[in-house]
Ligand binder design. Structure first.
Ligand code: GLY
Length: 290
C-alpha cells in the first residue's frame, strides 16, 4: 500500500508546522495499517478531521451565521463515490460520505437528508461547540463586518477568501486506488456556501488511472474541474508529477487563484504541486508483505 495525506495549502503559522506534520504522519501511518485503500483514506482523513489544527471536522471554519457546515467526499477507482454537503453536528463527515457511497443509490447528500442517513448508520455526532480557534476566527470576522448590511457584507467577503486548509488523502493497493477530501470551507463564507471538496472532479477524483485530492479556493477549483483535469493529463500519457504541475499552472493562468494537490497513479507514482507558500503532505509506503 502507498498513501499520501495533505493538510491543506493555506498559510500555516510557523508554530503549528511541527505539530501538524506529526498529525499528518500519524494519519498516514494509521491509514497504511488498513488492508484496503478506501479504508486507508477514510482512516487518515478521520484523524485529520479530529484535530483542531486542520480546517475539517472539529477544526472546520464557521459560516457567516456562526455554524460549522462541513463538506466531504470519497471515491474509489471503480467510480463508486459518495459525498456530503453542509452537514452540521457530524463528527466525521468523511465517514458519512462513505455511508452515502456504500448505502445509497446517490452520490451526494446535503443537510438534513445527510443527517438522517448519519442517524440511521449510528454515526458519532459532534458537540455543537467547534474548536476555539475556528470560533475566534469567526468572532474576528464578525467584528470586521459589524454594522454592515447583508449586501455590504457580501462585497467585503468577495475581497478576501482565506483558509484553504482542507485535508485529503489518496491511496493505492494492488490495482485499487482511492481518494478522499474533507473541509470546513473557507474562513469567510456565506451561510450555505459549498466549495469544491465534495464535488467529484473538483475536490477529488479517482478512476483506474489516478487518484487526486485538491485544496485551495473552491470557487476557482470548481471552474477548472481541477482533479478531473489532472487525471485526463495522466490518461493522455503525461508523467504524474508533470501532470500535477501542469494542472496547477492551468488553474493559475485561468483563474489567478491558488491551490494544491496530491496525486497517485495506478503504478504508485507520486505527484504533488501547489502555487501557495505552503502545502504540508506526507507519503508512506509499506513493503506489501503481510
Ligand atoms: N477547498 C475548500 C473550499 O473551498 O471549500
Amino acid at each position: 500500500m502507498i498513501i499520501i495525506v495533505h493538510g491543506g495549502a493555506g498559510k500555516i503559522p510557523e508554530e503549528d508546522l511541527e505539530d501538524r506534520k506529526s498529525v499528518l504522519t500519524e494519519a498516514a501511518t494509521q491509514g497504511l495499517e488498513k488492508d484496503d485503500p478506501l479504508k486507508a483514506v477514510e482512516k487518515a482523513v478521520r484523524i485529520l478531521e479530529n484535530d483542531p489544527l486542520f480546517n475539517a471536522g472539529y477544526g472546520g471554519s464557521l459560516q457567516l451565521d456562526g455554524k460549522a457546515r462541513l463538506d466531504a467526499a470519497i471515491m474509489r477507482s471503480d467510480l463508486s463515490a459518495g459525498g456530503v454537503i453542509n452537514v452540521e453536528g457530524i463528527k466525521n463527515p468523511i465517514t458519512l460520505a462513505n455511508g452515502v457511497r456504500r448505502k445509497t443509490p446517490h452520490v451526494l447528500l446535503q443537510g438534513e437528508g445527510a443527517l438522517e442517513l448519519a442517524r440511521n448508520l449510528d454515526l458519532e455526532m459532534a458537540d455543537e461547540t467547534r474548536s476555539p480557534k475556528a470560533r475566534k476566527k469567526w468572532e474576528d470576522l464578525m467584528n470586521d463586518l459589524s454594522g454592515l448590511s447583508y449586501l455590504e457584507k457580501l462585497e467585503k467577503l468577495a475581497e478576501s477568501k482565506e483558509g484553504h486548509d482542507t485535508v485529503g488523502a489518496v491511496a493505492l493497493e494492488g490495482e485499487v486506488l482511492a481518494a478522499g477530501t474533507s473541509t470546513g470551507g473557507v474562513s469567510t463564507q456565506m451561510k450555505g456556501r459549498v466549495g469544491d471538496s465534495p464535488i467529484i472532479g473538483s475536490g477529488l477524483y479517482c478512476n483506474e488511472h489516478g487518484a487526486v485530492s485538491t485544496t485551495g479556493i473552491g470557487e476557482a477549483i470548481i471552474k477548472v474541474n481541477l482533479a478531473r483535469e489532472l487525471v485526463y493529463r495522466i490518461e493522455g500519457g503525461l508523467n504524474v508529477q508533470e501532470a500535477a504541475e501542469t494542472a496547477i499552472s492551468r488553474l493559475d493562468r485561468s483563474t489567478g487563484s491558488r491551490a494544491g494537490l496530491i496525486v497517485l497513479d495506478s503504478k504508485g507514482e507520486v505527484g504533488t504541486a501547489y502555487n501557495t507558500r505552503d502545502m504540508q503532505y506526507v507519503v508512506k509506503e509499506d513493503s506489501g508483505l503481510a
